[in-house]
Design a protein around this ligand. Sequence first.
Ligand code: FE
Length: 286
Amino acid sequence: MNATSTHTRQVARVVRGQPTSDGAGVKLTRVIGQRELDMLDPFLMLDEFRSDQAGDYIGGFPDHPHRGFETVTYMLAGRMRHHDNQGNSGLLTPGSVQWMTAGRGIVHSEMPEQQDGLMWGFQLWVNLPAAAKMCAPRYQDIAPESIPEIQPAPGVRVRVLAGSVDGVEGPVSGVAVDPLYVDVSLAPGTRFSLSLKPGHNAFAYVYAGSAHIGAADASQRIDRGDLAVLERDGDDVLIAATDEPVRLIVVAGRPLNEPVAKYGPFVMNTPEQISEAMRDYQSGRF
Ligand code: FE
């Protein structure tokens, strides 16, 4: 390929989220981390939770451990309280993001702080490279007003949670896989070109309306609840609204290309490390 030409990434495949439940009976849609798409290196899991029926979310996620990766919660609606065994606590409100690096181990709870109303958001699991899996736990709790929103064109709004868009940097910093995480809103009939780092895996998940993704001559229509896995090669992705407003998240990161051993809330490189994680957790060493 000519080094000076721009290659627009096409949609490599489309994945439909699967309804499931997790925690204490929280109903959600699992998009990454299910049979159709086990992972998209370095992304291990993507859940969308969205319900205005309290019974679908009120049980929350009581105390549970994590080791070896990062959990990223982005709230669209509702309030979620988190607590952990190191004395940290915080409230996630609409438009906020929490980037938690579990590292060598943490035990926390994530519980709804509302009795009714809409609870809507995403949890993404991001893998850590082998060399960082046993790092000290770290939180980045980012308030809605600390997330920059740019308007590259009329009718186009982009919130930059992590990475940079048109020179505007998101507030999340120091993450191993050099992630991009944006929340895009397009008015009917508008379009947006988003730069992506060559070689980084990327996906787009449409959570309202429908979009056409990819170069105009070969774009695919992606509907609400569908995830578009993008080709790995290429410099940007083109997103066009249909005749209704569309909202989607686009996430990219550097693939680790390392072995993955996964068991529930532990994600390591070998089965031996998983056994060690279980022993450490059961003997209270988190
Ligand atoms: Fe958790």
